[in-house]
Design a protein around this ligand. Structure first.
Ligand SMILES: Cc1cc2nc3c(=O)[nH]c(=O)nc-3n(C[C@H](O)[C@H](O)[C@H](O)COP(=O)(O)OP(=O)(O)OC[C@H]3O[C@@H](n4cnc5c(N)ncnc54)[C@H](O)[C@@H]3O)c2cc1C
Ligand SMILES: NC(=O)c1ccc[n+]([C@@H]2O[C@H](COP(=O)([O-])OP(=O)(O)OC[C@H]3O[C@@H](n4cnc5c(N)ncnc54)[C@H](OP(=O)(O)O)[C@@H]3O)[C@@H](O)[C@H]2O)c1
Length: 289
């Protein structure tokens, strides 16, 4: 079991990708068990040369709310963990964990993470947290999830959670990327959702994925902010403009995308909420920098 690795001296000769020094083998535990557990990679799927997803084991003790993020990472050659924030892309009920990741060519973590294979070890932090949770929104009729790039990850979790459909009559997920093939993960996920034995029936007729591209020819072009401002989003979906009486929002993307989208929601009269003070929309960075 993954958890048996905790505190074990580093004798495992199968960790070829993560060699450790002799002193670490002799004295140091793998990872502080108060902060992280060591899980196993179960599967890996590459979408483009910039994007991939992977699934890992989930310890029974790991509890999170759909939409939250957690620190994950790899052990470094110096025996220290290298961790980064990642949205959990799988829903809270799933026995496994899924993550959707960027590959930054010279990124300290993802330059190595992109090479993981089934059976490899991965570090999983113990403290999931975040604001993209249903609890941080006041009741409403229509839930919008606005995402760009890997900002779709927390919504991959929420669209697979039955509670989303219990709380909202309509669920609209927008995903905008530079290139067409960067939309594949969200498109396949939402398509497969309808046939899912657990939530297919709940999601059918309620969920809609609204995609657009900005730098490659695609049937719908443009930033989500432009599509909101011009009213095209609402026209295309056949829904009224944003209204705080009925609509709730979640935003995940770059800092600029969040700021610009939040400004439009505020202009429409929606106010930002948090775990402590639920309101009409919530935000989270998809990455820092
Ligand atoms: C709350 C939160 C949740 C996150 N969830 C995810 C997630 O689910 N999936 C994911 O791939 N990343 C996510 N990230 C980003 C992640 O923490 C790392 O930055 C990313 O894995 C790259 O790590 P790195 O060490 O290779 O490079 P870093 O040194 O961390 O980043 C180098 C540069 O790459 C760019 N970059 C980093 N991450 C991204 C990204 N996701 N999309 C586009 N450009 C990026 C930025 O310009 C950054 O300055 C999240 C970040 C935050 C703060
Ligand atoms: N995607 C690539 O092909 C690519 C290749 C090499 C390097 N990178 C680097 O990787 C990093 C992240 O790239 P990314 O494509 O994942 O994320 P990104 O730059 O945040 O772009 C994702 C999507 O969000 C849109 N967007 C950006 N700012 C916005 C705003 N203020 N309001 C609304 N929409 C906005 C983009 O439109 P626009 O296209 O109009 O900006 C794009 O469609 C960047 O630093 C980039 O330099 C990306």
């Amino acid at each position: 079991m993954a958890n048996e690795l905790l505190c074990a001296p580093q004798q495992d000769q199968t960790r070829k990708t993560l060699p450790v020094s002799d002193s670490a083998v002799a004295e140091k535990p793998l990872v502080n068990p108060k902060l992280a557990t060591v899980e196993k990679v179960l599967s890996v799927e590459h979408y483009t040369d910039r994007l991939f997803r992977f699934r890992t084991t989930r310890p029974q003790s790991f509890r999170f709310r759909s939409g939250e993020f957690v620190m994950i990472g790899l052990m470094q050659e110096n025996g220290k963990p290298l961790l980064r924030a990642y949205s959990v892309a799988s829903p809270a009920w799933d026995e496994e964990l899924e993550f959707y990741s960027i590959k930054v060519p010279d990124g300290p973590l993802t330059s190595r993470l992109q090479g993981i294979q089934p059976g490899d070890d991965i570090l999983l932090g113990k403290k999931p947290t975040g604001t993209l949770v249903l609890d941080a929104l006041t009741p409403g009729k229509r839930l919008y999830m606005f995402s760009t790039g890997t900002g779709f990850a927390p919504f991959a979790s929420l669209v697979r959670d039955p509670e989303t459909y219990e709380k909202f009559e309509e669920v609209i997920v927008t995903h905008t990327c530079r290139d067409v093939d960067e939309l594949r993960y969200s498109q396949e996920l939402v398509e497969n959702l309808i046939n899912d034995p657990l939530i297919g029936e709940m999601a059918q007729g309620k969920i809609r994925l609204y995609t657009s591209c900005t730098r490659e020819d695609y049937p719908r072009m443009g930033r989500i902010t432009n599509l909101i401002e011009s009213g095209k989003l609402f026209e295309d979906l056949g829904v009224p403009p944003l209204d705080p009486a009925t609509d709730r929002g979640m935003i995940c993307g770059s800092m600029e995308m969040i700021q610009d989208t939040a400004a439009l929601l505020e202009k429409a009269g929606l106010t930002e909420g948090s775990n402590n003070a639920p309101s009409e929309f919530v935000i989270e960075k998809a990455f820092a920098g």
